[in-house]
Design a protein. Sequence first.
Length: 232
Amino acid sequence: MIKVGICDDEKIVLELLKSLVEQCLKELEEDSTILTFDSGEKLLEEAKGLDILFLDIEMPGMDGIETGKRIPRQNPDCKIIMATSRQERFKEAFKINAFRFVTKPFQKEEIKEALKDVFQTRVGMEKIEVYRERVPYTFFQKDILYMESMDSSVEFVLRECVFRKETSLKELETILDDRIFYRVNKQCIVNMQHINTYKNGVIRIGATEIRVSIRKKKEFEKAYIMFDVSYR
């Protein structure tokens, strides 16, 4: 179930955009819940659970740019689609890494294209079961930072904790989403979504450095560029 937020201080505009988004989601056959907000302050109270956000730039009080700066702190996975009638303000939206832009007055096809682009990036949504102290946990694949082979098992490193499973990297390669996961050496598979930097064969994910094997280097760099173009 996709959770979509729409934030605009004008009630008529808010209802119009909600209707257009509903139509587009129905045509795209996506199950969804739509929440509406008439101010940035109200939006921030519920921003954590949103997958997609249509955000007006011009609003009294906390405008869309200021609101958009705060969203990633609460919800880094939320895709922000900025809306404005003034195209010159789109330059400001680059400061908050807005995913897409739509112009007022709204056009249904433009909204639909923006939504399709968001869904294209929704990779790693399959779930995987892992263990910690013999207790099973289930996570989305996208939440895994990287996996490292440890004898007869594999360690799964997530932001919250480290988990383990009796399996092999070779077996995992058959079930992981290969659009975002890449085996960079004999011991490690990385999630390209979580790479902070890559330079001269060294990947940095948070404070961890992972070396790409010489044999894999060219192939990995091609895959990483393809990922960056297609799924960022």
